[in-house]
Design a binder for this molecule. Structure first.
Ligand code: FE
Length: 305
């Protein structure tokens, strides 16, 4: 079955472009590009024109996910499959595709009504190597695994959400079943993959916003340590201490971005496994994940160091 091959880009709505520009470059290490479009900045992490676009629209939330298909033929197959399944699909105009720097683009909504774009043919700037926003030991790990992964909110329920992302060609299921003291049921988290990355989209963590966190992977372990030090020095709230996930084996930590949701940076993930299994907790660490970030305590502790 033709499927999406990667999470190619994400669009984020932000309150302050200025805050995001310095956060993206100086804290995360991304390259910020201004193409002269009012209220819009692009973030690069490899040879692609962009992997993230920021629109200063005041929402401080996820605006759109952009999934790639292999080429024109797969694009048409995907359009037909979605339409046959009763999904409303709008094939975008050439001008809209140009704006995203892709050859062809379609727009639709997932089972919970969240905007999705499917495209083929991203603009790859082979003549413009990635230039990190601050020093890095290595680089961001993208390649066939796409830009990273995210946990997003869903209101349609796991079955309908699974059905929709299965239609896009993804596979997956529940990978964590976390006992919650005093709750009648454990907390289930569902993870979907479309390439060698363990998961590209996941669902189930409570979140006031459409996005819980966005993960970027480094190809060098020391970039996790370096980023941790930079985040602490900047007194940015750490939402989960370093630890290793049981499902993708990623060694990572989580910190807050200027929009009030989390960025995860990690290293050392294993490829997607193709048989289901579940975990009740992580391998180790990640204290604070799921709970409110200890912002004032953390900031005070850093200030006192
Ligand atoms: Fe994650």
């Amino acid at each position: 079955m033709t499927g999406v091959t990667e999470l190619g880009y994400v669009g984020l709505g932000v309150k302050s472009l200025a805050e995001w520009e310095s956060f993206a470059a100086e804290i995360v290490g991304l390259e910020v590009c201004d193409e002269g479009e009012a209220g819009r900045r692009y973030l690069r992490m490899d040879y692609w024109h962009h992997r993230v676009f920021l629109d200063e629209d005041g929402t401080d939330d996820l605006a759109v996910l952009g999934f790639r298909v292999a080429g024109a033929e797969e694009f048409r197959e995907m359009t037909a499959r979605l339409q046959d399944a009763g999904v409303q699909v709008q094939v975008a105009s050439p001008a809209e595709a140009d704006e995203r720097r892709v050859l062809e683009l379609m727009k639709l909504k997932d089972a919970s009504g969240h905007p999705i774009e499917i495209f083929h043919g991203p603009q790859v700037q082979a003549d413009k190597p990635f230039h990190p926003g601050r020093r890095m030991h290595g680089r961001f790990k993208t390649g066939y695994g796409g830009l990273g992964h995210l946990i997003q909110a869903q209101s349609a329920g796991f079955d309908k959400t699974y059905e929709f992302y299965r239609l896009l060609g993804m596979r997956g299921g529940v990978e964590y079943r976390i006992p919650i003291p005093g709750a009648p049921r454990p907390l289930d988290l569902m993870f979907m993959h479309c390439n060698e990355r363990d998961h590209t989209v996941a669902f189930g963590l409570p979140s006031a916003k459409r996005i819980n966190h966005l993960m970027f992977e480094f190809d060098n372990f020391d970039d996790v340590g370096l980023t941790y030090e930079i985040v602490r020095r900047a007194a940015i709230p750490i939402a989960a201490e370093p630890g290793r996930h049981a499902n993708d084996h990623m060694f990572s930590f989580y910190f807050m971005n200027p929009s009030g949701w989390m960025i995860e940076v990690g290293w050392g993930a294993r490829p997607a496994s193709h048989q289901s299994e579940y975990y009740q907790r992580d391998t180790y660490g990640h204290e604070g994940l799921g709970g409110p970030p200890p912002a004032p305590a953390r900031a005070a502790a850093v200030a006192a160091e």
